[in-house]
Ligand binder design. Structure first.
Ligand SMILES: [Zn+2]
Length: 261
C-alpha cells in the first residue's frame, strides 16, 4: 500500500528541506501518495529502476526537496522547484523528457501541485484566475521528442488545479522563433542555451478577443529544469512586456550551477 501521510514520510526519510518554503505539514496532496498512483504495472521506476513503480517512494521523496531562487520581477519575488537536479531526480526527468516515459507526466504534475500548495500559491491566489505558461521547446526538440513535453505537463497541472476549484488555464503564449543559422550540433551547450534564449518570443494577445480577461489573470511560468535561471528571467521579462502579471515560476528541478538562495 503506497498511501502514507506526508508527515510520516518526512519522519521516516529525513530528506525534506523545509527551511526555505512554507511548512510542508498539512499541505500534502492526498493524491500524491494515494493508491490512485498504483497503476501501469509492470515497469521500472523512472529514477532508480525499482520494479513495479512509475516513480518509487524513495524517488518521489527526492522531488519533495523544495528549492527556491530569487525571481525579482515576479510578484512572489521567488521561483520554486520540487528538487535538485541530480541523482534519481535527474534520471527520472531525463527518462520522461528525452526517452518518452510519458507515464511520469501525471506524477510530475502531482508533485508540482504539491509544491504549489506548499508555497502558498493555491491558498493565496484561489480567487484570481491562474495562467500556467509552459517554457517553450524549439521546433526541432518537439520533432525529435514527438511531443511538447512541457505543454503536456502544464495541461495535467491545470487539470489538478481545477479539481481544487481554481480558475486555471494553460496559456502557451511563449514560443521560439524559427531562424536560419548555424547547425545546432556545432554549438556548445552554453551557446545552445543562449541561442534558445534569444529565440524566445511572447505572443501579443492584445488584439484578440478576451485579451482583457487573459491579462487580468496571474501567470505562473512552468519549466522542467532551471540551470542559471536566465531563460526563466527572459520569459518573465517577455511576459511582463506583453502586459502579463507574473506571480512566480515552478520547475521540477534546479541544477546546482547557481547557488540556491
Ligand atoms: Zn525509484
Amino acid at each position: 500500500m503506497l498511501h502514507m501521510p506526508l508527515e510520516s514520510i518526512i519522519k521516516a526519510t529525513g530528506t525534506m528541506t523545509v527551511g526555505r518554503t512554507a511548512s510542508w505539514a498539512g499541505c500534502a496532496s492526498p493524491s500524491l501518495f494515494g493508491s490512485g498512483q498504483r497503476l501501469l504495472l509492470p515497469r521500472g521506476c523512472a529514477g532508480c529502476d525499482e520494479p513495479d513503480a512509475v516513480l518509487c517512494m524513495r524517488c518521489r521523496n527526492a522531488f519533495l526537496d523544495s528549492q527556491r531562487r530569487a525571481l525579482p520581477q515576479s510578484s512572489m519575488r521567488f521561483g520554486y522547484a520540487c528538487g535538485r537536479y541530480d541523482g534519481v531526480v535527474r534520471q527520472a526527468i531525463l527518462r520522461w523528457k528525452d526517452h518518452g516515459d510519458e507515464e511520469c507526466t501525471a506524477l510530475f504534475a502531482l508533485l508540482l501541485e504539491h509544491l504549489a500548495a506548499c508555497i502558498g500559491l493555491l491558498q493565496a491566489w484561489t480567487a484570481c484566475g491562474i495562467l500556467i505558461v509552459p517554457v517553450p521547446s524549439s521546433a526541432r526538440s518537439i520533432r525529435q521528442r514527438g511531443r511538447w513535453h512541457m505543454l503536456g505537463l502544464a495541461k495535467k497541472l491545470v487539470a489538478l488545479l481545477r479539481r481544487r476549484g481554481m480558475d486555471a488555464s494553460v496559456a502557451p503564449v511563449l514560443y521560439m522563433e524559427r531562424r536560419a543559422h548555424k547547425a545546432v550540433q556545432s554549438l556548445d551547450p552554453s551557446e545552445r542555451a543562449e541561442r534558445a534564449r534569444d529565440a524566445l518570443r511572447c505572443r501579443d494577445v492584445g488584439t484578440r478577443r478576451g485579451a482583457y480577461d487573459i491579462r487580468r489573470r496571474r501567470v505562473v511560468v512552468l519549466d522542467d529544469i532551471v540551470t542559471t535561471g536566465s531563460t526563466m528571467r527572459r520569459c518573465v521579462h517577455l511576459l511582463r512586456a506583453r502586459g502579463f502579471t507574473v506571480l512566480t515560476s515552478l520547475a521540477l528541478a534546479y541544477t546546482s550551477r547557481q547557488s540556491v538562495r
